[in-house]
Design a protein around this ligand. Structure first.
Ligand code: SAH
Length: 410
């Protein structure tokens, strides 16, 4: 059976280079079962690609291929194989630009297979919109974010396993995405069960992962390289890990010789995870884990005239929509301003925003305003971004979302 056809409106050419088609881009679409394949034609009826259609969300179709080919088992096998091959080549390539020491260490760990964690498939950036596959040691975590990917789950799991071996697979769908797309999110083992709690290595640090319980698919893998970076500059300094989640940054800092670490986090499970990670790494004696709201705690640290040699600010996305930008900018400014005031001379602030809607320029502007108001002069040591296994596509700017600055107080 020929796939259904979706025709784009005249002047709506973005889908020729970008995988997203919104309802407003569509001139007409034939009767199609939600979650199945459509052939996309431009307004002149030329082939523009093939994607999966879902009439429920405003983003109704994501293009998977620009070649006239079926989206079948062989397609997924090849695409997933390419994503894996890219990563086997790229830790050195991509990472070397930022920090060769980290890149070579990371490449060595990936090569030994082992107990490391990595993102294997990242949605649009790997030509598989709506699919995330992570490896935590010898366990695979599959997250379907679209109806189309949820329907293809069995084929996808088969494909990943034929490349990486028959590892246990845990499904970790995101309920918000599932509601938007109209499918039942799956959380749990697909087939034979593996260990629900596991320990992965991230350089010299070991981190616990509770499948199905934590944020993301278990860890914030996008920050893996930045955590190591902090580990490499923290020796002899007191560090503050604000929005710590399970204390990944603090573990790296203490592992790298920090004299003390204070973790601030509001989530009870994250707090328990932070305590467990610090204990497991044998560094709990130098750490304090504080349950609280970072906004309040920063103020109280300022009142107490506390100073730190390293501060990490890794908040959740403050701007979940474009409309929330202004309030988000205020929030970012507030925490940055207060964090800057806690830096000792020569102290370093690693500050991040993972809000898709906050541009590099806006983030830099907010940090600039914060520095002015804080009365602190800061040197930009580095700009930071997401780990290399979360690649960025030039034509899909949404794939770059994690922005960071490493700033030194003069
Ligand atoms: N740095 C972490 C990831 C941080 S994600 C890592 O590398 O693993 C952001 C964290 O901030 C989440 O764990 C969330 O629970 C926490 N959080 C959100 N709002 C908060 C607030 N106002 N005060 C304290 N923690 C908060």
């Amino acid at each position: 059976m020929r796939p259904a056809v979706l025709r784009l409106k005249r002047g709506h050419d973005r889908p020729r280079s970008h995988p997203w088609i919104f309802k407003g881009d569509v001139a007409d679409v034939s009767d199609v079962v939600p979650g199945t394949v459509v052939t996309v034609l431009d307004s002149a009826a030329r082939f523009a690609g093939r994607g999966i259609f879902n009439p429920k969300p405003a983003l109704c179709c994501r293009i998977l291929t620009r070649v006239d080919e079926p989206l079948d088992r062989a397609f997924y096998l090849r695409r997933i194989g390419e994503a894996i091959a890219r990563r086997r080549r790229s830790p050195v390539l991509a990472g070397a630009i930022r920090d060769p020491r980290i890149a070579s260490r990371r490449a060595a760990e990936t090569a030994t297979g082992d107990a490391g964690a990595e993102r294997i498939v990242w949605s649009e950036a790997d030509g598989l919109p709506g699919l995330v596959v992570d490896r935590y040691g010898a366990v695979l975590v599959v997250q379907c974010l679209t109806l189309g990917m949820a329907e293809a789950r069995a084929v996808i799991i088969d494909a990943v396993r034929s490349h990486l071996g028959t590892l246990p697979v845990f499904a970790s769908d995101d309920p918000t995405a599932a509601a938007l797309e109209g499918f039942q999110p799956v959380r749990g083992w697909i087939g034979a069960a593996g260990p629900e709690r596991l320990t992965v290595h991230e350089g010299r640090v070991r981190l616990q992962v509770t499948l199905g319980g934590g944020h993301k698919t278990g860890l914030y893998l996008d920050q893996a390289e930045n955590r190591r970076r902090i580990g490499s500059i923290a020796a002899g300094r007191a560090m503050l890990d604000a929005f710590s989640y399970t204390a990944g940054f603090a573990c790296h800092a203490l592992g790298g010789g920090a004299t003390a670490a204070l973790c601030i986090e509001s989530g009870p499970d994250a707090l328990a995870g932070a305590r467990a990670n610090l204990a497991m790494n044998g560094i709990a004696d130098r750490a304090e884990v504080r349950a609280g709201n970072v906004f309040d705690e920063l103020r109280s640290l300022e009142r107490d005239r506390r100073r730190f040699g390293v501060v990490v600010l890794d908040p959740p996305p403050f701007a979940r929509s474009r409309g929330a930008l202004e309030a988000a900018a205020r929030g970012y400014k507030e925490i940055n301003l207060r964090a800057m005031r806690l830096l000792e001379p020569g102290g370093v602030l690693a500050t991040f925003s993972c809000s898709h809607h906050v541009s590099d320029a806006l983030f830099a502007e907010v940090c600039r305003e914060a520095a002015v108001d804080a009365g602190v002069t800061l040197r930009v040591l580095e700009t930071l971004t997401q780990a290399a296994d979360h690649p960025v596509l030039l034509t899909v700017p949404e794939t770059k979302y994690l922005k960071g600055l490493l700033l030194e107080a003069l």
